[in-house]
Design a protein around this ligand. Structure first.
Ligand code: DLL
Length: 435
């Protein structure tokens, strides 16, 4: 039987949700207009007054916010409350550029914990469960975010953070953890280390894991579920909006419900900024309507996704987002063909003979883009003859070519030669940017 943390919000009718969003939006817009000079200037320049924003249908009138705005106002320029109301800061460095800082009031921390509590409850967790938190604690939002949610549910929280994988596994087994959260790549690394330690999945009691903070494929989900013997649930979020818990998966495991009583979502054409109809792939844009300290308005995430209001068997009416394939800035353009690293992952894992570890190396040679896919052999394949390895390379090459329409050089590498990570995996080396 499906359980909810907050049935009233998670199962509200569309008209109830719209009314609530409209009310909260108009209040938030008034508040940022009064308290944040950047928003006031932008709205004045666009000729929009707070009283013009009466409902969600007026959202399009508001200017977008982008990551550069957070950098330009670093550190506290977009905060909408005085600092004595701010009880926590988090930050994200990202891979490029200056770090950004976000703040939370006490109420914001409670909103965040509620969002994560909904995700945990949707994954079946109750106060009788043990939660092993392997996301990093600190300025990264993963650790403390899910920690707060798990405490709200009343779970027994084990705040392990990252590092020392062998010790993590002993804790998992000895403390009887029934839930875990970490990046999907770290989940695989835990599974691999368990194998090396001779600990089988039957010796641990995991029922489910909440994996997110990076894109991952259905094939990766199957690997994790099989190797750790637990359900692998997706959870999405970003520092700028609140952290983990912006969206979460339910038992249907087919897309993530967005906590839209807190975050209004839109998809836009990333080139023109035009709002797209439901069901079209586009850039995901969020507006925070309950946050006090750091309410971003129409924030462009650069994540590419698809929204749907199709009925979900779990009973939740919250809008769903299809698993994001990646960020628009992670998308590779190889000889004019657009590919997300996750599409390559999907092809590699569906073929079977390789381990779920790969690296993509892109370069430009004689003005032509070249893609090399380094992929780890599974232990069994490694002992095979050169001939069968050559055949395997050819098989992968053909599959990538026919599925994605790009020609790539395939390099099979030894088991365990691609670095393992505790946080987000770095899978692409784009040498074109270095020339
Ligand atoms: O990664 C927050 C988080 C922590 C989410 C733990 C889930 C679990 P940032 O470091 O700011 O915050 O990175 C946010 O990561 O814009 C997406 O591109 C990507 N991302 C996060 N979750 C998912 C997911 C955290 N489930 C950026 N699937 C986002 C795909 C994801 N991409």
């Amino acid at each position: 039987m499906e359980r909810y943390w907050n049935k009233e919000m998670e199962c509200a009718t569309l008209s109830e949700m719209k009314a609530l969003q409209s009310f909260r939006l108009s209040q938030t817009v008034r508040r940022v207009y009064e308290n944040v000079p950047v928003y006031r200037e932008r709205m004045d320049a666009a000729g929009v007054k707070p009283e013009d924003i009466k409902s969600v249908d007026d959202l399009y009138k508001l200017p977008f916010t982008v990551k550069q705005d957070l950098r330009d106002t670093y550190p506290y320029g977009l905060f909408a409350v005085p600092m004595d109301k701010v009880v926590r800061l988090h930050a994200s460095s990202g891979t490029t550029g200056k770090q950004i800082v976000v703040g939370y009031t006490e109420k914001d921390l409670d909103t965040w914990a509620e969002c994560c509590a909904r995700a945990l409850t949707a994954a079946g967790a109750t106060k009788n469960d043990f939660m092993h938190v392997s996301y990093g604690y600190g300025l990264f939002t993963g650790g403390l975010g899910l920690h707060g949610g798990a405490e709200k549910v009343g779970m027994t929280v084990i705040p392990v953070s990252t590092g020392n994988t062998a010790r993590q596994i002993n804790i998992l087994r000895d403390f009887g953890s029934t839930y875990i959260c970490c990046t999907p790549s770290y989940a695989l690394f835990i599974a691999e280390t368990m194998e090396e330690m001779g600990i089988s999945k039957d010796e641990i009691k995991l029922k489910a894991g909440l994996f997110g903070a990076e894109p991952w494929t259905e094939e990766m989900r199957q690997e994790i579920e099989e190797k750790l013997g637990c359900k692998a649930m997706d959870i999405y979020g970003l520092t700028e909006i609140i952290g983990p818990g912006v969206a979460f998966e339910c038992s249907e495991q087919s897309g993530m419900h967005i906590n839209e009583d807190n975050f209004i979502v839109e998809t836009i054409d990333p080139d023109t900024g035009e709002v797209l109809p439901e069901g079209s792939q586009g850039e995901i844009v969020f507006t925070c309507i309950t946050k006090e300290a750091f309410p971003l308005i129409r924030y462009r995430t650069r994540d590419i996704g698809i929204l749907t209001r199709e009925k979900c068997s779990c009973g939740r009416t919250l809008i769903k987002m299809k698993k994001p394939a990646g960020r628009s800035d992670d998308m590779l353009i190889i000889r004019g063909v657009n590919v997300f690293p996750s599409q390559i992952e999907s092809v590699l894992l569906s073929l079977g003979n390789t381990a779920p570890y790969y690296k993509l190396i892109v370069d430009r040679v004689n003005n032509t883009d070249m893609l090399e896919i380094q992929v780890e052999l599974s232990q069994e394949m490694f002992s095979d003859t050169i001939k069968s390895l050559e055949e395997e390379e050819k098989r992968i090459k053909n599959a990538i070519d026919s599925t994605l329409g790009i020609s790539a050089k395939i390099t099979l590498v030894e088991p365990k030669s691609i670095e393992r990570v505790e946080g987000k995996a770095v899978r692409v080396i784009d040498k074109r940017k270095l020339h």
